[in-house]
Design a binder for this molecule. Sequence first.
Ligand SMILES: N=c1c2ncn([C@@H]3O[C@H](COP(=O)(O)OP(=O)(O)OP(=O)(O)O)[C@@H](O)[C@H]3O)c2ncn1[C@@H]1O[C@H](COP(=O)(O)O)[C@@H](O)[C@H]1O
Length: 100
Amino acid sequence: MDIIEELYGVIQSRRENNQDSGSYTAYLFEQGEDKILKKIGEEAAEVIIAAKNGSGKALTGEVADLVYHLLVLMAWHGIAPSDVRGELSARRNKKKNPPL
Ligand SMILES: N=c1c2ncn([C@@H]3O[C@H](COP(=O)(O)OP(=O)(O)OP(=O)(O)O)[C@@H](O)[C@H]3O)c2ncn1[C@@H]1O[C@H](COP(=O)(O)O)[C@@H](O)[C@H]1O
């Protein structure tokens, strides 16, 4: 199992057991979708700032923050990482086999 699948599983378990004190993920689920969306906006802005500042290390950290919050949003909507992988594969296959 890769880290994305593993992290998604932890996020799902936090959603099911949202009494988990000290869990940031449980806190996000308790706050609701608007909070999750706000965090995604903030994290996306931080990705842009880190990219413009030209620090690869800072950018890696900000991308990780954004990916984590996207996974929380996906769990909120019941979208699994395999759904996104499937969508990307379908796009790749469409490019490889363009319609005649
Ligand atoms: N990968 C992450 C992860 N990435 C980022 N963050 C949190 O995202 C927050 C982003 O920082 P900010 O300063 O923007 O936000 P904040 O001020 O802490 O919070 P807000 O009041 O703005 O909501 C930090 O609190 C980080 O800890 C994460 N929190 C949890 N995980 C992973 O999720 C799993 C479950 O963690 P818990 O739910 O905390 O048990 C574990 O594997 C964790 O490693």
